[in-house]
Ligand binder design. Structure first.
Ligand SMILES: Nc1ncnc2c1ncn2[C@@H]1O[C@H](COP(=O)(O)OP(=O)(O)OP(=O)(O)O)[C@@H](O)[C@H]1O
Ligand SMILES: [Mg+2]
Length: 325
């Protein structure tokens, strides 16, 4: 089987690839992007990995945070590397500028509640980096300039963290908003007592907007017609277990997964004892993987002799990923 179910479904506009570190997410998402572009779709591949992995895979500089046309592809393929840290810095800056204000901070600390704002200012909520990056991705998706957007996500742990962010923010927000209301009443009371006018504080507004944005992202991710997640794994127990956990988390979040790719499968080679041992241990894991992933379309890819770098090698990988298209 292969990922042809995606290629043959033009409604699938947003395709996310995720899995443990080093399993081949960037290679497989890049190969998929080339295949779809050469099939005639207008494609944008986005990475939110700070390590500039797309630039490495395509052997072309795609860093710099701008959409760049990828060369050497017989079709319309663009790439974009988003730096998550940069996005988070911008949000922090915005919150400071717009005024999750000193006044609020001081008032909270007067009441002994300063841990709440230091949460926001010092330790950004978990998953914030990815949420900010994903928010940028979704904005691009909503503009509708591309037939397909391929997202090469950060390794598993981050993805799961990101998925739980709305709840986290919701509770965090709930706490903040409730206190804010109580506090503004108290402040207004004190201020009126000393004859001062209460100043307008936009923090509630900003936090509401952030929350709305994140809930919208989640809704987009849960759109089974347009969005699907492809889990990438390799035949080691560690990776397969982690993929099982990822599948549970994605299912809990109501995100569509139809495909599991198992990458880096060693060819049989009995003349080399090391290769043979690797081959047999992988085959055992594969047997287990085929069982536990039996609800999904499975695509098995061989371990290639060379790194998958540059359009030509990616195209070759794509021909294996879409072997029955
Ligand atoms: N089937 C394969 N055969 C040979 N080499 C491969 C294969 N798949 C991936 N690679 C190589 O393995 C390395 C890791 O692959 P890749 O960067 O795609 O993984 P990743 O999951 O994106 O990693 P990270 O989690 O670090 O982002 C790269 O050097 C890539 O060229
Ligand atoms: Mg990668």
């Amino acid at each position: 089987m292969s990922l042809s179910n995606i290629a043959n479904d033009p409604n699938k506009r947003m395709i996310l690839f995720g899995g443990k570190g080093g399993v081949g997410k960037t290679s497989i998402s890049s190969a998929t992007a080339i295949y779809l572009a050469e099939q005639g779709d207008k494609v944008l591949i986005i990475s939110t990995d700070p390590a500039h992995s797309l630039s490495d895979a395509f052997s072309q500089d795609l860093s710099g945070g701008e959409v760049i046309q990828i060369e050497g592809v017989d079709g319309d393929l663009c790439g974009l590397e988003i730096s998550p840290e940069k996005g988070t810095e911008e949000v922090k800056h915005m919150l400071e500028e717009e005024g999750v204000s000193d006044e609020l901070n001081q008032s909270l600390s007067m009441l002994g509640l300063d841990d709440l704002t230091s949460d926001l200012h010092q330790n950004t909520p978990p998953g914030m980096d990815e949420a900010v990056a994903l928010s940028q991705v979704m904005q691009i998706a909503r503009q509708g300039d591309y037939d397909r957007i391929i997202l090469d996500t950060a390794p598993t742990g981050h993805t799961i963290r990101l998925l739980s962010l709305p709840e986290f923010l919701d509770s965090f927000l709930g706490r903040l908003l409730k206190m804010r209301v109580k506090l503004s009443n108290t402040l207004a009371f004190f201020k009126s007592m000393v004859g001062m006018e209460a100043e307008k504080d936009r923090s509630v507004e900003i936090m509401e907007k952030l929350k709305e944005n994140i809930l919208q992202i989640r809704e987009d991710l849960q759109n089974h017609t347009e969005t699907e997640f492809v889990v990438v794994s390799i035949p080691t127990l560690m990776s397969v277990y982690e993929s099982e956990r990822l599948l549970v988390a994605l299912t809990e979040q109501n995100i569509l997964v139809r495909n599991v790719v198992i990458n880096q499968i060693m060819p049989r080679n009995e003349s080399c004892p090391f290769c043979s041992a690797r081959y047999h241990s992988q085959q055992e894991v594969l047997e287990y993987a085929r069982q536990v992933f039996s609800d999904y379309v499975q695509t098995e890819l061989p371990y290639l002799a060379e790194e998958v770098k540059g359009v030509e090698k990616l195209r070759k990988l794509a021909s294996m990923i879409f072997s029955d298209a």
